[in-house]
Write a protein that binds this ligand. Structure first.
Ligand code: CTP
Length: 397
């Protein structure tokens, strides 16, 4: 359910911090990518090494230092997440948040976060009812921060009452609820194509291409995380289907065209990330072609241009295309955007080393018909996907 989601979890210094290993484990089990920040006092209640082992990545603690956790990376971390959670959140930390105080790493990072924030308070019942704490929580609510109310029961200090941190299961349920219906693409239907198409020649051979499908799968996954309802029409790939996405498997260009046409009338956005084969064998031989000493000629006929055909029949759909080029990148990209009647085009140079086909990373230029242009660094494909979808949301939805 939380596949591919990047969560930043801040742990502050309350006794309930001893439950956070279970929380981290639960989130990771659901597929989330969890990064952790601890305050200096949190370390008294739970060992950073435990959390590091369970999350699979380093736990940040210090504001100033070198390497991971240095002053630059905390801003980067904060910028690149889907949700920030503070669990447990002490009365002191809630007070700092309400007043914008940034005197340690966690309180500083939280000021740089644009993603939704979930606060999970845990404290003694009299502290929880203290007017200062009540006011601070109201301030946070007023700013759109989500607060998961503590439970009633036996408190770690021995007293009974309200103040114990919500159960791990309840926290995870809340994270799931917050993630899907609140995203910027909530209510939008997006159709994504991915992967290569394969064109059979005889029962055992085909013409294919080098597309791995990773870019299209990353787009489908990110669009889902951003709240969209997503259909992914995919050519053959080795990838695991993204969670929560309607996946339709196809082989040939004509099959892809048939499926895309079927879904197209009901969607708001079409993203053609597939490397559609431009030609197919004129006739598929029923028997395996035998080896011979004579040259073999195959007659290929052109496939329809799925994107161009649909853009001529569109009603309200936003059309996004890709252009993988090996030269004259910008000229070719602009030509394709105009020729195919696209709103947005994502161009990349596949001859560049370490990016593009098969790679986990990419560097692209995003251009749109309004004249907007954005060039990315070399980034993991999920981050490229996020940039493309942000460009779409900002300019067209
Ligand atoms: N595309 C398509 N149908 C095709 C070929 C391409 O819908 N038969 C889409 C691709 O999914 C991509 C865009 O059109 O979004 C550009 O694909 P590309 O292969 O770069 O361009 P082509 O039009 O095939 O031009 P060429 O191969 O000559 O560069």
């Amino acid at each position: 359910m939380l596949n591919g989601m990047r969560l930043l979890v801040g742990i502050t210094g309350g006794i309930a911090a001893y439950k956070t290993p279970y929380l981290v484990r639960g989130l990771v089990k659901q597929g989330a990518n969890v990064r952790l920040v601890m305050t200096r006092n949190a370390v008294h209640f739970v060992a950073p090494l435990t959390l590091q082992t369970l999350s699979g990545s380093a736990v940040l603690r210090e504001m100033f230092g070198t390497g991971e956790g240095s002053s630059m990376s905390h801003i980067e971390w904060a910028a690149d997440i889907h949700l920030m959670m503070i669990a447990p959140a002490t009365a002191n930390f809630i007070g700092k948040m309400a007043n914008g105080i940034a005197d340690d790493l966690l309180s500083t990072m939280i000021l740089a976060v644009e993603a939704p924030i979930l606060v999970v308070p845990a404290m003694n019942k009299r502290m929880y009812k203290n007017p200062a704490v009540v006011r601070n929580m109201d301030v946070l609510r007023g700013r759109g921060v989500h607060i998961l109310e503590p439970g009633i029961g036996e408190l770690a200090c021995g007293e009974e009452g309200i103040g114990r941190m919500a159960d791990v299961e309840e926290i995870i349920r809340t994270v799931r609820k917050l993630m899907v219906p609140s995203g910027p693409l909530y209510g939008k239907r997006i159709l994504v194509t991915a992967g290569p198409t394969v064109e059979p020649i005889d029962p055992v051979r085909y013409i294919g291409n080098r597309s791995s499908g990773k870019m299209g799968y990353a787009l489908a996954q990110e669009a889902r995380i951003m709240g969209a309802s997503v259909t992914l029409v995919s050519g053959p790939t080795m990838l695991v289907p993204p969670q929560g996405v309607n996946v339709v498997q196809v082989q040939t260009s004509l099959e892809m065209q048939e499926e895309v046409r079927k879904y197209f009338p009901d969607v708001d956005v079409l993203i053609m990330a597939a490397a559609v084969g431009d030609f197919r064998a004129e006739s598929v031989l029923p028997e395996k072609i035998k080896r011979g000493s004579e040259p073999l000629t195959l007659k290929l006929v052109p496939n329809p241009d799925i994107l161009k055909d649909l853009s001529m029949h569109r009603t309200r759909q936003i059309m996004i295309g890709f252009a993988a080029e090996t030269g004259h990148l910008m000229d070719e990209a602009r030509r394709k955007m105009n020729d195919k009647g696209l709103d947005l085009l994502v161009a990349n140079d596949v001859s560049e080393n370490g990016v593009g086909f098969g790679s986990d990373k990419n560097r692209v230029i995003i251009m749109d018909r309004k004249g907007g242009m954005e060039e990315t660094d070399i980034l993991p494909k999920d981050q490229i996907a996020r940039k493309i979808l942000n460009h779409l949301t900002r300019n067209f939805l």
